[in-house]
Design a protein. Structure first.
Length: 108
């Protein structure tokens, strides 16, 4: 899952958003993932607001550190020129949002 944080509230969350942390996130805005920017194969994204709250969890050895989905090489041609399962070009407004890509931060 990926999230967007408006620049005007970025400082409120920046210290918590680090790779490898397990976070409890409450009151985010859940939206459909943008079709032109698919960091992960997920239909939704998070957008933080002034009301969003983050609580850091203690390390949990049972929590999966890496999650992946492999596509057999013989199935790859069917995904040519598609952006619903693989990355596309990074198109977003630099003035409105900072986009964070933390593959190891999992939303609980």
């Amino acid at each position: 899952m990926y999230c967007e944080v408006p620049k005007d509230i970025l400082a409120q969350f920046k210290e918590h958003l680090q790779e490898g942390k397990i976070l409890y996130i409450s009151k985010p805005i859940v939206e459909k993932a943008k079709p032109g920017y698919r960091v992960v194969d997920a239909p939704y994204m998070l957008k933080f607001s002034k009301r969003t709250q983050i609580l850091e969890a203690n390390d949990d050895p049972a929590f999966p550190k890496y999650v992946f989905s492999l596509t057999p090489i013989e199935q790859l041609p069917q995904y040519a020129r598609r952006t619903d399962c693989f990355l596309s070009n990074n198109t977003y407004s630099e003035n409105s949002y900072q986009i964070f890509e933390y593959p190891n931060i999992d939303c609980v």
